[in-house]
Design a protein. Sequence first.
Length: 185
Amino acid sequence: MNEDDLTNADTEAAVRGMPWWLVLVWGILAVIIGLMLITTPLITTYYLVLFMGAYWFAGGIITLVSLFTDKSNMGWKIFLSVISIIAGIAIMAYPLYGEIVVLTMLVFIIGFWGLLIGGTKLYEAFRAKDAGSGILGLISIVFGIILIIFPWGAALALPLIAGVFALIAGISSIVVAFQVKKQQA
């Protein structure tokens, strides 16, 4: 028995134990959100960021309440709770500004991540004399620089890009759900 057989057996066992309808529901929700982000990107992003603010606010309160039962890492929990509550209130009070700030910060994070990945790929390329890694590294660095130089343009495009990815992921999940259902039968 080789390594591929174990991987296939593990995958088949996971597929048999997975509720196919859950994958289907996730896929349908992803398609709906993807279509909403593509057709009405500004209003959909507005409500997604507003939801994120409410989530952070509620999460901060729940973390504070959890200190009554679990006092471990009390300092970190209090710090993170206060930050979550403040960020949640700020986003819910000023959702339009929150939308702009959250998207722009996300673009900066992706840009710096592109620089980091690009530098790592270039290092690998020089070390292993691999042209493919070098090309990927250069592309990642250029991509990162473009995002850092033009964060607002990228922030405006981000909902559309996320919508396309959500649509593709949702359709893929729906297909997988029916494949899982067929395997379970």
